[in-house]
Design a protein around this ligand. Structure first.
Ligand SMILES: Nc1ncnc2c1ncn2[C@@H]1O[C@H](COP(=O)(O)OP(=O)(O)OP(=O)(O)O)[C@@H](O)[C@H]1O
Length: 312
């Protein structure tokens, strides 16, 4: 794989605050890499360091050159805090950026790509939050870049718009464009990225495919059974379980095993109210890795994904 971006031991501090603490990373052509992490983890600072928009220690090369030496036409950058002049229409805004390059794409096409063809003559201040963000994304696409770096591109964009942007970005990646994206949406990282990097306190603590991260850190598939249970139910099932006040959690249950567990409970005359099977997702892996307990289900289990019927 051709290396488009190479970073070695990148560091950046603001006074006593260490924002990026020795990050090494390399991205290949056509790869989509999602950088995730809690607020203040250093994502924006890292993005800026990688694109030469802030000074940083360490080595960064884009297409084998320093970020400040590279032909800017090869890079599309959407900063997190990009705020265009509010009395520019979407067309005027993107046209301004088109004028910075010798060989820019058609403004009309790019606005259509981000779903703004109907609002191209609307002032930026009159666009909705999601439409504004789309207009900003368009400025990063106008030069048909080989490397696209988007800092929280879909913040404020509605689910349909977000999905359409994912399709657009996936299409670009299929054509060989390398994409580095930061996001707080785990579904976005999972659906879009070939690899996800989790940044915590300025360090990359895990880098892998979304599937591998979920498998390693997401926890187990579980069956949660609602009701009041005697602790002896653990012997009945002969499986790892956790008996809570109003529920029984059965760990490590594959979908094919649900029927067997339920049959065992029924056979032993155990009464229950409802069943919910869940499997871990990237958010579970994220919460496990960041140690952020908010919303996490005890025991590293995933969040309920499907609720079964009540016992008759
Ligand atoms: N210009 C600055 N001056 C001083 N400190 C800064 C500056 N920019 C960022 N920081 C600090 O560096 C750390 C990393 O910030 P950064 O914005 O890179 O995090 P982030 O992961 O992008 O956060 P968020 O998810 O909230 O956007 C934070 O502690 C932040 O307060």
């Amino acid at each position: 794989m051709d290396e488009v971006l190479v970073a070695e031991d990148v560091r950046r501090s603001y006074g006593d605050t260490v924002a990026v603490d020795g990050v090494s990373l390399s991205l290949g052509a056509g790869e989509v890499f999602a950088l995730v992490g809690p607020n203040g983890a250093g994502k924006t600072t890292l993005v800026r360091a990688l694109t030469g928009t802030t000074d940083a220690a360490g080595r960064v090369e884009l297409f084998g050159q320093s970020p400040t030496a590279i032909d800017r036409a090869r890079i599309g950058l959407l900063p997190q805090d990009f705020t265009p002049h509010e009395r520019l229409t979407a067309t005027e805004l993107v046209s301004y950026y088109a004028g910075l390059y010798d060989d820019a794409r058609s403004v009309e096409d790019v606005l259509a790509d981000v779903g703004l063809e109907e609002d191209s003559d609307t002032w930026y201040e009159e666009l909705s939050g999601g439409q504004r963000r789309r207009a900003c994304v368009a400025t990063a696409l106008i030069n048909d870049p080989d490397l696209l770096v988007l800092d929280e591109p879909t913040t404020g964009i509605d689910p349909a718009g977000r999905r359409s942007l994912w399709r657009l970005l996936s299409g670009l990646a299929d054509r060989g464009v390398t994409i580095l994206v930061t996001t707080h949406y785990m579904e976005e990282a999972h659906r879009l990225a070939d690899r996800v990097g989790l940044l915590a306190d300025g360090s990359l603590v895990a880098v892998d495919s979304p599937e591998a991260l979920v498998a390693e850190y997401g926890g187990q598939r579980t069956l949660t059974v609602g009701g009041t249970f005697d602790p002896s139910v653990a012997q009945t099932l002969d499986r790892p379980v956790e008996v809570g006040e109003d529920r029984l959690v059965v760990f490590d249950v594959d979908p094919a095993e649900i029927g067997g567990v339920v049959a065992t409970l029924d056979g032993a005359g155990v009464e229950y109210d409802e069943l919910a099977w869940s499997e871990p997702d990237l958010e579970d892996a994220y919460l496990e890795l960041t140690g952020d307990a908010v919303g996490a289900v005890q025991g590293g289990a995933g969040r309920p994904a499907a609720v079964g019927g009540e016992q008759s």
